[in-house]
Design a protein around this ligand. Structure first.
Ligand code: HPA
Ligand code: ZN
Length: 319
């Protein structure tokens, strides 16, 4: 049985499996540019983050109705339960939908229909994290935050994702301050492709409580010491890093070095449909390619609950 764990870095749009994409395309009368599931899977060969994002944004055009978002989330939760997930903090990208005419209400209500019954149906508690697209203007992010106000009771935190290099966290300082004023927690992707200075900005300017990816922290000893002292969690995604060539091979993945430096490391799947595995598959890859032992894998699973936004009682019950 897979270890019980929390998943803290998971883009719901990145769980869209080719089979479901074709089902939704058919339901919505859309013709995909790839004629078969096999052709689509063959396109899953990436050279960097941007090459992945191009396909990620293209394929989510099949998501049109509340039912589409509900089906997407239910498909993920079914797979996650089989991977040992007991709690999932799920990213979604509102601007990727509103920019193509899908109302935010459709997205949130559709996802919520699956998340609201997840504990009962799948044994998984959930939280939603609204991500801002960092390669679009901060003014648009602020507008998105405003649009989300009727849904804030369903949203735990804000995050920052999409193309990293050239789009530093400092551009979103005011947006994150506004989110904190609304009572939202803060996380941010930083140090996936971008430099350690982006991680410092996420911590000092956005007040991010977790760093998503963060693997380039290894290049800055002062930053490593800071992350270890504050026990700021990193949500590391090994299969993603290899598929997007942030790391050459799994055997060379820096996760063991981050653990050795005393950081609170967690293991996550990022966009599992695109990167060849769900969260348990990431744990197994660490065992197979890096030789992580059972005790270390158990520690990583415990870390995932520690690093979550769960209330202390549920954390205690799960650890
Ligand atoms: N990085 C940045 N943005 C993203 C990712 C990622 O790995 N996945 C989906 N959006
Ligand atoms: Zn991510």
């Amino acid at each position: 049985m897979p270890l019980p764990k929390a998943e803290l870095h998971l883009h719901i749009e990145g769980t869209l499996e080719p089979e479901l994409a074709f089902t939704l395309a058919h339901r919505n009368g859309i013709t995909l540019p790839h004629p078969t599931v096999q052709d689509l899977r063959a396109a899953y060969s990436f050279t960097d983050l941007q090459s992945f994002l191009n396909l990620y944004y293209e394929l989510m055009d099949v998501l049109r109705t509340e039912a589409d978002f509900t089906d997407l989330a239910n498909a993920y939760l079914t797979r996650a339960a089989a991977q040992g997930v007991r709690h999932a903090e799920i990213f979604f990208d509102p601007q990727a939908h509103t920019s193509r005419g899908i109302p935010l209400d459709t997205v949130v209500n559709g996802l919520a229909a699956a998340l609201d019954t997840s504990l009962r149906d799948h044994g998984i508690s959930t939280a939603l994290i609204l991500c801002f697209l960092r390669d679009r203007p901060a003014s648009e992010a602020l507008h998105t935050l405003h649009q989300a106000r009727p849904h804030l009771h369903r949203i735990s935190a804000v995050g920052l994702d999409s193309a990293e290099v050239g789009h530093p966290p400092q551009n979103f300082t005011a947006v994150f301050a506004a989110a904190r004023d609304l009572g939202l927690r803060c996380v941010a992707h930083a140090g996936e492709e971008g430099p350690p200075s982006y991680i410092w900005q996420a911590l000092n300017l956005l007040h991010a409580e977790r760093i998503d990816h963060g693997i380039r922290a290894l290049e800055d000893p002062d930053l490593l010491a800071h992350l270890a002292r504050t026990q700021t969690p990193l949500t590391v995604c090994p299969l993603s890093n290899v598929r997007l060539r942030a790391v050459p091979t799994l055997a060379q993945h820096p996760l063991p070095a981050l653990l050795d430096a005393g950081l609170l490391v967690t293991v996550n799947s990022d966009d599992p449909s695109y990167f060849g595995g769900y969260v348990h598959d990431n744990y197994e890859a660490l065992r197979t390619h890096l030789g992580l032992d059972e005790a270390t894998l158990r520690q990583l699973a415990r870390n995932s609950f520690t690093a979550s936004f769960l209330p202390p009682e549920r954390k205690k019950a799960l650890i």
